[in-house]
Design a protein around this ligand. Sequence first.
Ligand SMILES: [Zn+2]
Length: 105
Amino acid sequence: MRAERMLRGALMKALALVGLHPWLTCRECVRLVTEFLEGALSPEDRALVLAHLKGCPHCPRYVRQIELAVQLAGATTSNSVPPATRAQLLDAFRRERHRPPEEET
Ligand SMILES: [Zn+2]
């Protein structure tokens, strides 16, 4: 089981590195974005998201919007945003994930 997971992770990472990520659609990218911004993704998923963002004309804009919103939410009191508020905000974006910015690539 562990070897299987490691193999799958290595494969995904290698494919992402060469820009082959046929299974990561915009919808999936959007689904992973909040975890991506929270730094909660595995290195493999992170590599997939980064690879997708590099090749996608739509998702980087979406990610910037979320980043900006998170920053604005934190701007008034610098880094002292209550974790609950931040979680609520990220959760709101999570609920939007069934609505990807453009059609899937
Ligand atoms: Zn995309």
